[in-house]
Structure formats: C-alpha cells, structure tokens
Design a protein around this ligand. Sequence first.
Ligand code: MN
Length: 307
Amino acid sequence: MKIFPDKANKIQFITGDCFSQPQKGKAIPPRRDAHQTAKFVVLPIPYERTTSYGKGAKKGPDAILKASLQLELWDEEIKKEPWKDGVYTFKSFNCDKSEKLFFKTLETKVEHILNSTDSIPFFLGGEHSITQALVPPFLKKHKNLSVLHFDAHADLRPEYEGSVHNHACALHPISKICKVVQVGIRNVATEEEKYTNSGNVKTYLMHENLNIDKLSSKVLRNLTSKVYITIDADGFDPSVMPATGTPQPGGFMWYNALRFFKKICERKEIVGVDMVEVSPIKNFSITEFAAAKLIYRIMGYLSVKKR
Ligand SMILES: [Mn+2]
C-alpha cells in the first residue's frame, strides 16, 4: 500500500480509529499510520446547492459524525468491534466553489484516495448529486462494477431546473457508464419513466417488492461482482429516517434494510458506499443516529468478511 500523502488531514477519530471526533474519556491516540492501514476511510462532503424541497443536507455529514459518538463500539449484531479494523475520517471536503470546479475536484480527490489506499471509502453527503463525482473513479479502478441505488426516487432525469448536477439527476450520468440497480423506488417522474428498466438500469419499485428476501435474490442476480452502494436517506421509511429533503411514505423499515444490506455485503465485493440526503432537524437526532449506526453496521458486515 502506498503512503497516503494527505498529511493535513490527520483528524477526527473516536477511540483511535473510528469514524468521528475524539470521544471524551475514551480517546486513544490515533496510530501514525492509521490512514494507510485503516480498512475504512470516511470523507464528509457537506455539499448542497440544488435541494428542491427541504433544505439542510449540507449539515448532514457533521450531524452523522456527531451522532457516531453515541454508537457503542461493540456491535450487537456483528458481535465484535468493527472499528478495530481501522477507520480513518478525513477533514470535510471543501464544497465552497463553483459547481463545475466542485465536481471536478471531488472526482480528483476520490481518485487520489483510491490510488493511495486499499481502504473501503464511505462518503457522507450532502445532496445526492455528489454521487456523480464519486462513482467514475471507482469505474477506473474496478472492472465489473455496478451501482446499487437505495432511494425513494429514481433520480434518472437528464437535467432538472437547468442543472445536470441537480439531486434529481443523481444517477442519470452514472446509468450511462455502468449498471445501476435501484431499490426502494416509489416516486418516478413522467419524463424519467422511460429510463427505468432500460439500458443499464434495473428498477425495483418498492410496492412490488415488499418481500425483502425475494428482492435481495433478484438484486444479487442483477449486480456484478463488485458493487458501489449509494444510500439516500429517503430510501428508508420516514419513521426510520424522517430528516431528509424529499421524504416519501412507505420505504424500507430498519431490520428489512439491514437484512438486505447484509446479504449484499456477504455475496458481493463492496468497494465504496455513500450515505446522502440526511438533512438534520434540530433537537430530533434519530435520522443522523440511524445513518451513523447503518454505516457502522455495514462496516461490521464488511469487517467479518475475508477480503
Ligand atoms: Mn431520494
């Protein structure tokens, strides 16, 4: 593994290697080489420009990191402490630039991470359009990659409100360059219907796929061997993750989603994950905590696997 040259970014751990800031009374000094040896790296990306309904996605990454302080390090389902495999959290990515420059520099940053570590990156959004910059570097690194898209919305519009980088278009450019398998979908616009179940896209509508075991078998058959997972908070039922910009009734319940992700993690090689569209509601922290717990649980599913 190459040395990670990003020296400015040696920050934000809990108990040495976990994915948040030092926890009072529990902090262990990070190992010097944590960023090279960590099995997981976390990049917060507080980007928000095109949210169309509820605002606040830019506050998502910090809220998730803060909520992660409340996680028990021993995971009750995994029955071990996944953080011990090493989790390195980067400083938040600077989103304060023009749209064009933002997408270009984010892609470069991801490429840099992939070229300098073998860690599995977890990205914290931010609005869903960031996925457009996150996936292409993975396609350069991995042959036979597909994207698992967990969302209430198909996000397949070629452009929306004058921007190709609108959150409503998040998956459109990706669907042109690799296979996309969508789950949780329960909101499709007239103009994007033609992009569902067409070309590289396989769409599983939520109401037609309420049996999670059957759904996961179908999804597994459609994904390639290596998988990038993009998780929009609104893929969950709003009772699980209420704080999100464009909520929709009737999404994945907590344990169903976990069972689903566990199967995917067991059967496929997961190369990267993003968790987007958490828009914190003041004094109502369940969404960011659920997101932190989900991320830690997915790390757990991956940590019990032999790579
Ligand atoms: Mn969505």
